[in-house]
Design a binder for this molecule. Structure first.
Ligand SMILES: NC(=O)c1ccc[n+]([C@@H]2O[C@H](COP(=O)([O-])OP(=O)(O)OC[C@H]3O[C@@H](n4cnc5c(N)ncnc54)[C@H](O)[C@@H]3O)[C@@H](O)[C@H]2O)c1
Length: 256
């Protein structure tokens, strides 16, 4: 594997599972020092320990991304341990249980916005001044193809991701003055821990899976490795002229 991130420091939120785990692993295997953050300490520490055993310079910081003091502590402890940060992946997120929007409890609406949208705001708020001191950086937000192609049942969730797409594009212009690039990825459905939150099941039924795949021209769901490959591309020097890009990692779903 190339070592595109030798000497770089990457912070990945939601790194204990799914996309975030694959993203943290890919950055680590490509030479970055990686700070893993997750609200789930057990999973977060397990991924961190496995990377450390593989020789990656890592640190875990238990973090609820919706809480300002915890996100500040994440960035402060990164700077303390590694001297700064170059890359922030705002990936932590979840969906409320699938239901018609007017039936969604108000507290579920508030929580999904607090994590998926406010969490991205807080990550950027504390990371950007540190990246500016370093002369530049890269932020990548995990949005969703649901931002532009919303499926019924997860309307509030999709709205959190629509906000992340708009935030990404607006912030890209603001942060360019510091040579900070801000991009996003828009994955299509993947069988990660996310499904359990949205559907209340460990795995999709074959029927549900076939229904999702039928709407994806490349005829499969996304895998964490697909998202990690796109995120690390956007973070790499090959993408040095890309900012405000919201990359559909969706096998063509958005154009079908
Ligand atoms: N899986 C999909 O179908 C899909 C599709 C598009 C976008 N996404 C997005 O991808 C991102 C990653 O999700 P995933 O599919 O890997 O799911 P996942 O459940 O496997 O992983 C999400 C991780 O985020 C953590 N997390 C949740 N709330 C948190 C909080 N408040 N603070 C810190 N960590 C928190 C979880 O503990 C978990 O480890 C999310 O933003 C999700 O919305 C997922």
């Amino acid at each position: 594997m190339d070592r595109r991130f030798d000497g770089k420091v990457a912070v990945v939120t939601g790194a204990g599972s799914g996309f975030g785990k694959a993203i943290a692993e890919r950055f680590g295997h490509e030479g970055a020092s990686v700070v893993l953050a997750d609200i789930d300490e057990t999973n977060g520490r397990a991924v961190t320990d496995a990377l450390a055993a593989a020789g990656v310079d890592v640190m875990f910081v238990a973090t609820d991304v919706s809480q300002s003091d915890q996100v500040k502590r994440l960035i402060d402890s990164t700077v303390e341990r590694f001297g700064g940060l170059d890359i922030l992946i705002n990936n932590a997120g979840f969906s409320h249980r699938s239901m018609l929007m007017w039936e969604l409890p108000e507290e579920d609406f508030d929580r999904v916005f607090a994590v998926n949208t406010r969490g991205v705001f807080l990550g950027c708020k504390y990371a950007i001044p540190e990246m500016a001191k370093r002369g530049g950086g890269v932020i990548i937000n995990t949005a969703s193809i649901g931002a532009s192609c919303p499926r019924p049942g997860v309307t509030a969730y999709n709205a959190t991701k629509g906000a992340v797409v708009t935030l990404t594009r607006g912030l890209a212009v603001e942060a360019a003055r510091f040579k900070i690039r801000v991009n996003a990825v828009n994955p299509v459905a993947s069988e990660t821990g996310f499904m359990k939150g949205a559907l209340g099941v460990e795995r999709l039924s074959e029927e549900a899976k076939a229904g999702l795949i039928a709407g994806i021209p490349l005829r499969r769901l996304s895998e964490p490795a697909d998202v990690a490959a796109s995120v690390t591309f956007l973070a790499s020097e090959d993408a040095s002229f890309l900012t405000g890009v919201c990359l559909d990692v969706d096998g063509g779903r958005s154009i079908s």
